[in-house]
Design a protein around this ligand. Structure first.
Ligand code: HEC
Length: 169
């Protein structure tokens, strides 16, 4: 009985806490990734940024995830790296955030998720808008199947997700 009462009382408090927790972890990842990207671009322009982003994003997601005991990552509305091709649950995730482009909590495929939209901002355009020829050439070299250009300011570029846990059933 006691357990049941707790289960009935907890959801609202837990939900507010989880949204904040997800948001904080996402902010940490975004902050550290932007820092890395900015210094790489300052040191060698967008072409240098590509090689850093290419090797830095996934390991950074892992480091930040381990720090908090969660998994997290980015998934794009169109894909640059074949390694980031959306899995079936991520296709659902993209659709949900496209419909409601807000930070939110979702349950998909027994995953308890925090998700937020990644919108195209000015600095993103160098590599996801209409890239200059030298940037385009470097992108072609790393990503022969790149589909992640042609975005405009404010477009939904993808979703940043944090898996906070599994849904108990
Ligand atoms: C210096 C070039 C560069 C800039 C600037 C840049 N990106 Fe990227 N982006 C890349 C590269 C390269 C990849 C592929 C990374 C990989 O191999 O995992 C990528 C991948 C992504 C992905 C993962 C999905 C996919 O297509 O592989 C998302 C989401 C994304 N970028 C969003 C953004 C956003 C939002 C911004 C601006 C805040 C931004 N990027 C700025 C180069 C860039």
């Amino acid at each position: 009985m006691k357990k049941l009462a707790l289960l009935l009382l907890l959801p609202m408090a837990a939900t507010a806490g989880e949204l904040e927790q997800g948001q904080a972890i996402a902010a940490e990842f975004k902050g550290e990734l932007m820092q890395t990207l900015k210094s790489a671009i300052a040191n060698g322009g967008p072409v240098n940024g590509i090689s850093v982003c290419n090797s830095a994003a996934a390991p950074l997601a892992e480091t930040v995830g381990q720090r908090h005991g969660v998994t997290l990552g980015r998934v794009g509305t169109r894909t640059r790296s074949p390694a980031n091709e959306p899995q079936p649950w991520q296709v659902e995730l993209l659709a949900a955030v496209e419909q409601n482009p807000q930070p939110q909590l979702l349950e998909i495929d027994k995953r308890q998720l925090y998700a937020e939209p990644l919108l195209i901002q000015k600095p993103c355009l160098a590599c996801h808008g209409d890239p200059k020829p030298e940037v385009k050439a470097a992108l072609d070299q790393y990503y022969p199947h790149d589909q992640a250009t042609g975005y405009a300011l404010g477009d939904l570029r993808g979703v940043l997700w944090v898996e906070l846990g599994k849904v108990a059933q």
